[in-house]
Design a protein around this ligand. Sequence first.
Ligand code: GLU
Length: 424
Amino acid sequence: MAEVKTPMSSKDQKHSPFESMLARFHAAADIINLDQRFRDVLSAPERTMIVNLPVKLDDGTTRVFEGYRVIHSTVMGPSKGGIRFAPFVDLDEVKALAGWMTFKCALVGLPYGGAKGGITLNPKVRSEDELERITRAYTRALKDVFGEDSDIPAPDMGTNNRVMAWIFHEYSRIFGYTPGVVTGKPLHLGGSKGRVPATGWGVMLTTMKAIERLGWKPSELRVAVQGFGNVGSWAAKLLQDQGVKVVAVSDHTGGVYSDEGLNVRELVRYVKGNGSLAGYSNASSITNAELLTMDLDILIPAAIENVINPSNANDVKAKLIVEGANGPISSEADSIIQEKGILIIPDILANAGGVTVSYFEWVQNRRGHYYSEEEIREKAAPIMSDAFDRVWDKREKHGCTMRLAAYIEAIERLATGIDLEGNF
Ligand code: GLU
């Protein structure tokens, strides 16, 4: 029996994530009158793979798990992108996420194309042993796709450095020691210092850049973070360190709120022990829906796609939205948010810190020379900061949103690459 797919609860029924991705791509392409041949190349993934993985469960029965790997583009280099374990994962979502990786890597200037993978499963109901067998089966099924010079996976929602260790080990069993085949590995197995906080750190950095450009004072600002996984919890913690007041955070069980500001470090410890925010008693309760429409300065959606969509976009009161997640605002909600005058720091810029540090992990693996956490920050910060500045300038040049400016910046780099390759 195959693992049953659960629809994403907040999925915008009208626009699928892939359609949302394409809508932005074409809107940006229209602004710069992008030649049709570049549109054609960039609007369809290069390779789409579906694998069926029979895996023995702990109770002795066998279940077939459906997995995907989509390589959207290899124009700028080997394809790069995470692997997602979630019950709602489907091909459409993985295609969208793969496209976003292409634009993200091109925007920040990493020598990578874009890819994404996923397996339809609920990691919360699977034992560690089952997850290991599923991951190893997935790695074997894609052994000729993955490679340090061809396609390099990483963590994403529902996966972590443990899962990356299994991929690394299974791949190396077949081809010999190859740490550069996957990033986001544990430190002991060739992982990089700073990779775990990297995405949340990039969210903090881009938020602080926006605060500076807007002339705001960090100590006067109230921020809420929707999603308290790796990205959201690090973003909250690091923003609190910058003096911004974190008034609300939430996860799949609901959220907590305090007008005085939450103690984020205590919340992180609580979630470590408890598994979720449920039952935390040092703050008031709030639902995810309430958090998204709270009176705030900054909202950071850091969970799943399309949480802000036409049904709630009108009620969003934040003045700045920083997209920690990939695709948290549906393309239809973009125009509503824009009309309200809310500034969006788009996903392909705001959450690029993860893949930027992944790049340095890959470089370290290939050179066999390892950097300190400080060196990683020193190398990654200018990359993120420069990308932010370029997008800000493009926004002013074209009089468009930060999102479309980010796409334009990425598309122009990709189009130049495609043109120079000249392989039509
Ligand atoms: N999954 C992360 C993302 O969406 C990281 C990808 C990577 O490190 O390759 O950006």
